[in-house]
Design a protein around this ligand. Structure first.
Ligand code: PLP
Length: 450
């Protein structure tokens, strides 16, 4: 292989070079086949090599790929925004287009702060977020993220946003009912707002299902309903970060739909263009847009590639594909089957403490001891070992390590394209089992698990 000058995640490591993808499979140039069991980074939700998307991309490129958003609109962005308004709950009718999930959450943060300024309440400029969360890697988004591992090197540059913990049902106090636990966790938000003062708080941001920092951690019923009540009581905007959970991933259009709660702002990324192009969005309520329209009349955010027609045409083709193939319902049905199969692994294998998830966003959490639920030291990298073993066997899965030593365990995310069939799920599960059993054996040989 000729020398590579690409800066890769692990410097010095050689990565296989991909040649093509079709459906849930990816193929490298050495002829190896991989099941994309995580849709990359929970992104390729309609699978690889979809003709309709390639055609839409080509058709748009022939017309026009780029216009700057302060000069022109385009049919593609207009149609996409209209479709998103149809998909989104409540009065979430307005879309600000960006190119990554981090840009989407930072834009949401800025719009929330600007909204209160335009209402004549400029002191409401603080965002409250949760530990064990991930909202992106740029400084503003990382400030909101409670992902300790990713924050660590930059702590002095980050604002103090994570203030509360999200519900983590697997590790809830045993003597507490799920209902009381849901309320206790949500009530932490009220305490946090009262500590800093409601007149300082612009918004609360949360992932409907915790992704990269915990591994498909699903909140108990009642949690988000109570969060909504608290936000209303103290006039705090609620931002649902749907970058991972949006566009059908959890078996509903958006993750927050599972609890019938309507946020004030919502962010999308990943599945919105299913990896065919960089595309993300911040969706905003009528009330916010009307306030800013009557005030300064302009949102102070944006990037060169915001609202470019090329990405909009691709995203529109992806949403059409999701609708045409009823992939939201399919994610619910096939996700339930996949979770049942994952729970079999949790019953059978001592290394697997928990199998959990919602729709096609699932995870396994690994523990040293199933009875005590003792987590592994993060430096032990058990999740990483399982990911490596699975990779060697031709299965891609995704890490979820919250980075809170002794609290959040090692987990891996299993989130294949929503198009996966039952037979393909069985194929995925059997490779995953082989990988977990191999790592379990290695740990047992070293007497590292009970
Ligand atoms: N928000 C959530 C919930 C995410 O899972 C991610 C990425 O994993 C982001 C934001 C950041 O998105 P991106 O990596 O596209 O910047």
């Amino acid at each position: 292989m000729t020398k590579s000058y690409v800066i890769k995640p692990e410097l010095g490591k050689e990565y296989p070079v991909i040649s093509h993808g079709k459906g849930i499979y990816l193929y490298d140039k050495d002829g190896n086949r991989y099941i994309d069991g995580s849709s990359g980074a929970v992104t390729a939700s309609i699978g690889h090599g979809v003709e309709e998307v390639a055609e839409a991309m080509y058709a748009q490129a022939k017309e026009v790929s780029f216009v700057y958003r302060s000069h022109f609109s385009s049919d593609a962005v207009e149609k996409l925004a209209t479709k998103l308004a149809e998909w989104a709950p409540g009065s979430l009718n307005w879309t600000f287009f960006v190119s990554s999930g981090s840009e989407a959450t930072e834009t949401a943060q800025k719009i929330a702060i600007q909204y209160w300024q335009e209402k004549g309440r400029p002191t409401k400029n603080r965002i409250i977020s949760r530990w064990m969360s991930y909202h992106g890697i740029t400084m503003g988004a990382l400030s909101m993220s409670g992902h300790v591992l990713r924050r660590k090197r930059f702590t002095p540059l980050l604002a103090d946003y994570p203030a509360i913990t999200g519900p983590y049902p697997y590790r809830k106090p045993e003597d507490m009912s799920l209902e009381s636990y849901a309320l206790a966790c949500a009530n932490e938000l009220e305490t946090a707002i009262l500590r800093v003062g409601p007149e300082q708080v612009a918004a609360f941001i949360a992932e409907p299902v915790i992704g990269a920092s915990g591994g498909a951690v699903v909140p108990p019923d009642g949690y988000f309903q109570r969060i909504r009540e608290i936000c209303d009581k103290y006039e705090v905007l609620f931002i649902a970060d749907e970058v991972m959970t949006g566009v059908g991933r959890t078996g509903k259009a958006f993750g927050i739909d599972h609890w019938g709660v309507v946020p004030d702002l919502m962010t999308l990324g990943k599945g919105m263009s299913a990896g065919y192009t960089p595309m993300a969005a911040t969706i905003v309520s009528d009330e916010i847009i009307e306030t800013i329209t009557k005030g300064s009349g302009s949102i102070m955010a944006g990037h060169t590639y915001s609202a470019n027609p090329q990405s909009a045409a691709v995203s529109l083709a992806v949403l059409d594909y999701v609708e045409k193939h009823q992939l939201v319902d399919k994610a619910a049905e096939q996700g339930a089957y996949m979770l049942a199969r994952l729970k079999e692994l949790a019953d059978e294998l001592p290394l697997v403490g928990d199998a959990r998830g919602l729709g096609m966003l699932c995870a396994l959490e690994f523990v040293k001891n199933k009875q005590t639920k003792e987590p592994f030291a993060l430096s032990g990298g058990v999740g990483g070992k399982v990911i490596q073993k699975a990779f060697e066997k031709g299965l891609l899965i995704y890490p979820a390590m919250g980075g809170i030593e002794g609290v959040a365990g090692d987990a891996v995310i299993i989130s294949p394209p929503l198009t996966i069939t039952t037979e393909q799920i069985d194929e995925l599960i059997s490779l995953l089992k082989e990988a977990v059993v191999a790592v379990q054996q290695e740990l047992q040989d070293k007497a590292l698990i009970g």
